[in-house]
Design a protein around this ligand. Structure first.
Ligand SMILES: Cc1ncc(COP(=O)(O)O)c(C=O)c1O
Ligand SMILES: [Zn+2]
Length: 436
């Protein structure tokens, strides 16, 4: 494996086209991204063909050579085996805090759900179950490549701080699973972390964050704030003051778009080895949009390309709006240069039972639109009633203790069911566990 050509060749900004070398340290953002213009996002440039796992149960090891992190760490002078060891050591440290390290998560046809929705035997609903992933959701996958980046840089002595006591704090804006995932990973390496949460952050999440020693900062909307999420504004101020972005928004730290693809790679490998019909559609609930972008980009590295349906709720659907405008103004593919025209914060205060996908901006809308355009997919906006039904259905017919947000992809499937043939194979991702 060592002798193979690197599959990841670099980064390219989806908005302004600027290229960044894969060897750059701390390459979180496009060089043209600034405090007044965050409309830039670095995309990974790579060629993966064919997609093969080496069989390791840890997807970061199984798919190591496809990771941008692996290409980056090679440029630091680390040999392949040393890179594998960094992954495994970090995974062991994570497992001590989380109770599990990263392991390929289940991806199976759910017969009861398929029957309940009237699918034929040849078709059906396949559930990718992330509820037992590290920190109870898919979020840790995105963050793990950011942590790998930091640890590799430290290991080779390229970090600007002299020792671990001088590490700048990590920072994240999130009220839920991403905050828990980030704080879990930070705890694993004793790295201090600031978590910017909304005033209404829920009690179970706050309890978990404090047990993980995170520095929680509650963020009220200030009269001086522009439209948008006050947690994101306070987070950006912390970054200006020297903190390291450690969240799941590509424009703030593109390295989250690397590890997030492991979920798609895992599904693609199963899809390739499956007899019978191909998967025709994949429903992915979208908040900030990194998840839909990565699940699709990972899956599409395999041999098949199901239609991506990014699912939002009627209470907050900026991605559906952006897709429509992009389509009318030159196409939904490569719309990054039309950012301000297509994406702006949702005007009304978003409310939904699926409260993890209420980001008022879909930060990673360019990647999500590209994936939908490439796969002939489209966004789906589910009604609040369908969100409720999907949660209720998930609990009635499956034994997965999924959260309303985690089941929200299913709400998109309910919305589109009439248009889907009974013998189609479709995917939903139960992305997060219920917390109470
Ligand atoms: C369980 C779960 N699923 C899906 C999402 C959506 O992911 P993204 O914000 O990357 O679109 C979130 C985000 O908070 C989540 O917590
Ligand atoms: Zn740019």
């Amino acid at each position: 494996m060592n002798a193979q050509k690197p599959v990841v060749t670099g980064w390219r900004c989806a908005a302004c086209g600027t290229r960044v070398a894969i060897s750059d340290v701390f390459s979180w953002r496009c060089p043209n991204s600034s405090a007044s213009d965050r409309h830039h996002v670095l995309e990974i440039e790579n060629t993966i063909a064919p997609l093969r796992s080496n069989g390791d149960e840890n997807p970061f090891v199984g798919f190591q050579r496809y990771l941008a992190w692996d290409a980056f760490a090679a440029t630091l002078g680390l040999e392949f085996d040393s890179r594998t060891k960094i992954i495994c050591d970090l995974d062991d440290a994570v497992a001590k805090v989380a109770g599990t390290g990263f392991r390929t998560t289940p991806f199976l046809r759910n017969d009861s759900l398929s029957d309940a929705l009237g699918f034929a035997e040849q078709g059906g609903v396949w559930i990718k179950d992330e509820t037992h992933n590290v920190a109870g959701s898919q979020k840790a996958r995105h963050l793990f490549t950011q942590l790998l980046h930091l640890i590799a840089v430290e290991n080779v002595g390229r970090a600007p701080w002299r020792n671990q006591n001088e590490r700048p704090q990590l920072a994240i804006a999130s009220c839920g699973n991403a905050a828990i995932a980030a704080s879990t990973l930070a705890r694993a390496v004793d790295w201090p972390i600031q978590v910017f949460v909304p005033e209404h952050a829920d009690a179970p999440t706050l309890k978990i964050l404090s047990a993980l020693d995170a520095n929680v900062v509650r963020c009220a909307r200030l009269a001086t704030d522009a439209p948008g999420d006050p947690c994101v504004f306070r987070f950006r101020e912390a970054i200006v003051a020297g903190a390291i972005p450690f969240g799941v928004q590509g424009p703030e730290n593109a390295w989250c778009l690397d590890g997030g693809r492991t979920i798609g790679w895992e599904m693609a490998v199963v899809a390739e080895n499956l007899a019978g019909a191909l998967f025709s559609r994949m429903f992915v609930q979208a908040g900030g949009g990194a998840f839909a972008t990565c699940a699709a980009n990972g899956f599409f590295a395999g041999a098949t390309k199901p239609k991506l349906h990014a699912v939002q709720t009627e209470g907050c659907a900026p991605l559906a709006r952006a897709f429509e405008i992009a389509n009318k103004t030159g196409g939904a593919r490569n719309a990054g240069s039309r950012w301000s025209q297509c994406m702006w914060p949702w005007e009304t205060t978003p409310v939904s039972l699926a409260d993890g996908i209420l980001d008022d901006e879909t930060y990673d809308w360019v990647g999500a639109c590209n994936a939908m355009a490439d796969s002939d997919g489209c966004p789906v906006v589910a009604s609040e009633d369908q969100v409720r039904q999907s949660f209720e259905l998930a609990h009635r017919v499956t034994n997965i203790d999924v959260s309303p947000t985690g089941a929200a992809g299913l709400a998109g499937l309910l919305e589109m069911r009439q248009e889907i043939a009974d013998d189609e194979r479709v995917i939903v991702i139960f992305s997060g566990v219920r917390r109470q």
